[in-house]
Design a protein around this ligand. Structure first.
Ligand SMILES: Cc1cc2nc3c(=O)[nH]c(=O)nc-3n(C[C@H](O)[C@H](O)[C@H](O)COP(=O)(O)OP(=O)(O)OC[C@H]3O[C@@H](n4cnc5c(N)ncnc54)[C@H](O)[C@@H]3O)c2cc1C
Length: 286
């Protein structure tokens, strides 16, 4: 299938991209890695008249540390994150999650910003963003603003980004020694998207979990926090029985949706299983 005709624009800076978005409004779409947008255009699910390529905006790519915060440019590819030595030592959840995404081609072309902005309900990054309490930096005609991950995902393919805004950076706290994390995913056998994915970030003090942050994806129309698990495991021992009991709450308060992948009951079951696996794997890390 060929996409409908469009005009191609190449932005050199964030400001140029913001100006082009302001000029073409609803008729424009940003192009990042193209691995969600181009398939949608080929299926004619999206028919933008203007494509604004942000692939050459140098300020949007790269990973750096700023004080105790790790700053990931929106155009950073999944592979760059998977292979980042800085992230492996300071935020190992991000390289771990990146390694679960699609196949090598998808990881080399797709970007973290494109994935978060697209907000596919089965994407992996949103679970990690919620679990890490990430902050998204958006830039538009009125300047920059920061959006917390908990407020970013609004619904199916919908985020808090305005149509004239670009997601420029993702900011996450650099890890401290007793914070452990893991991602557990049930991948769709064909696409590798998450039927269900659970990201767990736990703080372990003297064998007890003093803080837990659990992000889930795949189960509903948007990524969310497994608040029932967080409440149930906080203050408990990091042992198998406590984790099992807390994981039973994984579907509590989550708007689980049936889809081609499974019924509500099946996905609730997967949430419980993968919440347990993610917490067990996190707690077992050195
Ligand atoms: C075969 C296949 C398998 C895949 N498997 C997985 C998987 O297992 N897990 C997973 O999570 N994903 C998977 N994906 C999706 C992949 O990760 C995409 O790369 C990603 O979802 C979108 O990133 P992108 O850079 O390609 O964005 P694009 O496709 O270029 O853009 C996606 C959308 O986001 C908007 N956008 C892009 N960048 C910005 C920005 N900086 N600010 C505001 N809006 C922006 C675009 O306008 C567009 O609407 C798969 C894709 C394919 C084709």
């Amino acid at each position: 299938m060929y996409p409908a005709q469009f005009e191609y624009h190449k932005a050199g800076t964030v400001k140029e991209a913001v100006d082009l978005l302001a000029k073409y409004k609803d008729d424009a779409k940003l192009l990042a890695g193209g691995h969600s947008l181009l398939p949608a255009m080929k299926l004619r699910l999206a028919q933008p008249k203007h494509l604004i390529d942000i692939g050459k905006v140098a300020a949007l790519a790269g990973i750096k540390e700023d004080g105790g915060t790790l700053v990931i440019g929106a155009m950073t590819t999944h592979y760059a994150i998977e292979s980042s030595a800085l992230l492996k030592s300071k935020c190992p959840l991000l390289p771990e999650v990146a390694g679960h995404i699609g196949d090598p081609m998808v990881r080399n072309m797709g970007t973290i910003g494109g994935s978060l902005a697209h907000a596919d309900p089965a994407a992996d990054w949103p679970a990690a963003a919620v679990a890490l309490s990430a902050e998204m930096v958006a830039e538009g005609p009125k300047g920059k603003r920061t959006i917390k991950a908990d407020d970013f995902f609004k619904g199916l393919l919908t985020t808090a980004l305005a149509e004239n805004e670009i997601l420029t950076e993702i900011r996450v706290p650099a890890a401290v020694p007793n914070v452990k994390s893991a991602y557990a995913k049930f991948p769709h056998p064909a696409s590798r998207f998450a039927v269900v994915g659970v990201a767990a970030v736990v703080t372990v003090d003297g064998g007890k979990i003093s803080k837990a942050s659990i992000g889930i994806t795949g189960a509903g129309t948007k990524a969310s926090r497994a608040k029932g698990v967080e409440a149930a495991i906080t203050g408990k021992s990091a042992d198998a029985a406590s984790i099992q009991a807390a994981a039973e709450k994984a579907a509590e308060g989550v708007d689980v949706q049936a889809d081609l992948q499974g019924s509500v009951e099946y996905k609730q079951h997967l949430l419980r299983v993968f919440a347990k696996r993610a917490m067990e794997a996190a707690a077992a890390k050195k």
